[in-house]
Design a protein around this ligand. Structure first.
Ligand code: GLC
Length: 799
């Protein structure tokens, strides 16, 4: 219905004339004649929040995504009114709101437009469900590119695409198919070398159109809830990603073993088979830290139970595996079998913990055991109960970690693949339907699991995995990209998805290496492992329908290649752990797409395959059979080919040779890469010496190594060791300074320094300004020296 106070166009309603303006410390309220209120909150100098109410009424302000510990605070806030607009100034941004239309324009202090509304906020009343479809349209700036958005299996740059967020069990999904398992409504826009980000914190089904429908328009909308988005200003992409990640949080440090190699399959059973797998890893000397038990360990797919026929004594088995250096990870799904004899079902029914339909009865749907009820994890008391279920489960078996699956929630034999939309949820005291709770259901499940596992594995650290996720889930769990397929295209997809997740604040992620559905050949498996060892989470998992997918399931050559790459991962554990620490502490993504790495270079804006692992490795997978190498883009700067030692200058595409036993891999000049010896599992060996691979550079470069006990919480009380290295290379000199922090005493006494690319012969070595005899530090050959780990300055002088 058109009223004379509201603007209506094609069924949409628009705000009109601003009639009231109020400021309340960090918040500004602008109210229009037709009852729209825009609330602008200044969160940080370069982080803003925009929220719109219609009919003068905001919804309760509640979010599962926002980290309670997110940073807040700004140092400047000014306002100004002109005849046409209201203006707000922070120390980084100016915001202009048009008085006639409520449209917003955001610029930097020089007046460069970062982001501006086209139609801005508008809405459509929803007479079927109540509430509104809330919409926002913005002008796409010239040459603007878009990144982020979680697990979308499409090109890194989202320009020209439309995507949707509705977490979905998408078995054997394809390229460009979506929605998939995650809903991360966060994107990065980049134009004129300036980046900004928008996080649309709305848990209903959301939609984003990046210049797809209209070439110069970017829009996003939701099927319900509020137009409620955060704006982050860069100008560097890294700042945008860090600000988003700060707002939605990061995980604590995981146990170091979780960064090792993991082996999974649907399913390893009985016990004898699990033991055989374990033995084979040790026999073939292929490092491995964890074995996974999929649904078949359960008694008739009842969560928190064991099939006593196949696993007569889980505690003994798990402890025996532990003696061999294996952790055991078990699956828990949300579907609780409807079975009056089953205690979890009984407790859920007695205490009213299960989700109900709008008309009253408990919501049931089919999963592995047949009809199931689903705990309402959006109810705090249900989360507490769920967390508590892990107490005896963990204590009685000694298991190490939990894997939550099917938590979209996935429901079988219904076209929607999920719970009915009228299903009711508590939503932490803001009762709602599944339309609103769907996207966070899995997140709240894994949150409860995390709380339980954390409590009951204490004083060890928890490790929990989830398949479904909404923005912020990274605080609780590691994740994987779901049911992919053993094809070359899926190797490409895995690469894009893991990079995209990292750019979306969620770094602890990996794919089912080798593919879940169908069977890879040895070549595909080897190529996938070569990529997978550079993903934060490194696990082989498969449906098991089509044969085995262990490192030895192909031929001896493949086994050898797989071993070599898993060994490389184990050597790089201190490097990987340092990446994780920077992610956890500062929100720095563990993998960086090239555009993140060098946004100024427009060549990077459409690159998809290459990525930077940590700060210093450049990786590019081989994605087709029979390849002897590939063309790839080397970003600007000088890079050492990891395999040949050749120094190449970036800024162009080039052919890189890479036979089946290699992956294109480069190291940034000036890097200092820490390495542990190969171990069969984390903690197998006491690290007697730390290898530092030093890559000479004429100029400066920084490197960092973070270490701690790899378990427990001493690190929170200073029990860590940080080594910051500053490398300075001159034509006949190399100076390495070390700055140390923390009270953790690393077990090794010395560094073995491997020198790469040194353009001179060493004639003199000084440690902390004292000359040391060359013979006493030189190790076999000219290019390695041994130095005490506590040095402050190492000075190599050449002839
Ligand atoms: C789902 C999971 C898969 C698991 C299977 C059986 O398809 O994504 O990883 O193996 O269920 O539990």
């Amino acid at each position: 219905m058109i009223t004379n106070t509201e603007l209506e166009y094609k069924g949409n309603l628009y705000p009109n004339q601003v009639t009231d303006y109020q400021k309340d410390s960090d918040k500004f309220y602008l109210t229009t004649e037709n009852g729209v209120i825009l609330e602008i909150t200044v969160i940080r100098n370069s982080v803003l929040r925009f929220r719109y109410a219609t009919q003068h009424t905001f919804e309760p302000d509640f979010s599962y995504a926002i980290d309670p510990d997110a940073s807040r605070g700004f140092n400047e806030l000014l306002e100004e009114e002109t005849t046409t607009d209201y203006r707000i100034f922070t120390s980084k941004l100016q915001i202009l709101v048009d008085k006639k239309t409520l449209r917003v324009q955001i610029s930097d202090l020089e007046g460069n437009i970062l982001n501006e509304d086209e139609l801005g906020f508008h809405w459509e009343e929803n007479y079927e469900h109540g509430g509104n479809t809330v919409k926002m349209s913005k002008i796409t700036q010239p040459s603007e590119s878009f990144y982020g958005m979680g697990d979308k299996a499409t090109h890194t740059n989202l320009k020209g695409r439309r995507v949707h967020n509705w977490v979905t069990d998408q078995y054997a999904y394809g390229k460009d198919q979506e929605p998939l398992y995650k809903a991360v409504p966060f994107f990065i826009g980049l134009h004129d070398n300036r980046a900004y980000g928008i996080f649309f914190d709305n848990t209903f089904r959301t939609h984003f159109d990046f210049s797809h429908e209209r070439r110069n328009i970017t829009s996003f909308w939701a099927d319900g809830g509020e137009m409620n988005y955060y704006f982050f200003y860069g100008p560097a992409i890294s700042r945008v990603v860090q600000a988003y990640t700060d707002l939605t949080g990061t995980p604590e440090l995981p146990p170091l073993w979780s960064l090792g190699y993991h082996q999974s399959k649907w399913s390893y059973y009985p016990e004898k088979r699990v033991k055989e797998i374990a033995r084979k890893f040790r026999k073939l000397k292929i490092p491995c830290d964890a074995l996974y038990l999929d649904i078949d360990y359960m008694d008739g797919f009842r969560c928190f139970t064991w099939d006593k026929k196949h696993f007569p004594d889980p505690k003994r088995m798990i402890s025996e595996l532990e003696e061999e250096g294996f952790k055991t990870v078990v699956m828990i799904d949300p579907g609780i079998k409807v079975d009056r004899e089953y205690s979890v079902y009984q407790e859920g029914m007695e205490n009213d913990y299960f989700c109900k339909r709008a008309d009253g009865p408990v919501m049931t749907g089919k999963v592995w055991p047949g009809p199931c009820a689903f705990p309402d994890y959006t109810d705090p008391k249900v989360r507490e109960w769920w967390a508590g279920l892990y107490e005896s489960f963990i204590k009685d078996s000694g298991l190490h970690a939990v894997w939550n699956d099917m938590n979209e929630p996935a429901v079988m034999e219904v076209p929607t693949k999920t719970a009915p939309l009228d299903t009711r949820h508590n939503y932490d005291g803001n009762p709602c339907s599944h339309r609103k709770a769907h996207n966070i259901y899995g997140m709240q499940m894994v949150r409860a699991t995390y709380d339980g596992v954390k409590k009951y594995v204490f004083p060890k650290r928890p490790f929990v995995i989830t398949r479904a996720a909404y923005a912020g889930t990274q605080r609780f769990a590691c994740t994987w990209t779901g049911d992919n397929v053993a094809t070359w295209e899926h190797l490409w997809i895995a690469n894009v998805q893991v990079q995209r997740m990292c750019m979306s604040g969620y770094s602890f992620v990996g794919s089912d290496i080798g593919g879940f559905a169908e069977q890879p050949n040895g070549e595909l498996f080897a190529r996938w492992v070569q990529l997978g060892v550079f993903h934060p989470f490194c696990r082989v998992h498969s449906s098991g329908d089509h044969g085995d997918q262990e490192p030895w399931s192909f031929d001896a050559e493949v086994t050898g290649i797989v071993r070599k790459f898993i060994e490389l991962r184990y050597q790089l554990l201190p490097y990987l752990y340092t990446m994780f620490w920077r992610y956890a502490k500062e929100g720095v993504p563990m993998l960086k797409s090239l555009v993140y790495y060098d946004q100024e270079d427009t060549q990077t804006h459409f690159r998809t395959d290459e990525f930077v692992f940590g700060d210093h490795f450049l990786v590019c997978p081989i994605q087709e059979p029979n390849a002897k190498g590939r063309r790839m883009y080397i970003p600007r700067g000088n890079w050492y080919n990891f395999w040949t030692g050749e120094l190449v200058t970036g800024g162009s595409e080039r052919w890189v040779a890479s036979d089946i036993d290699k992956i294109p891999l480069f190291i940034k000049e000036g890097a200092i890469i820490p390495k542990y010896p190969v171990q069969q599992y984390v903690g197998e060996k006491t690290i007697e010496q730390l290898t530092l691979s030093v890559y000479y550079k004429e100029g400066d470069e920084q490197s960092t190594i973070y270490e701690d006990a790899g378990e427990g919480y001493d690190y929170k009380k200073g029990g860590y060791s940080v080594r910051n290295f500053r490398l300075r290379g001159k034509p006949k000199e190399l100076i390495i300074q070390q700055f140390k922090d923390g009270t953790y005493i690393t077990p090794y006494k010395s560094f073995k320094i491997n020198l790469n690319g040194l353009p001179f012969k060493i004639s003199k070595v000084e440690v902390d300004n004292e000359k040391v005899p060359l013979e006493s530090v030189r190790l076999n050959g000219d290019n390695s020296i041994e130095v005490d780990k506590n040095f402050n300055v190492l000075h190599l002088i050449g002839r």
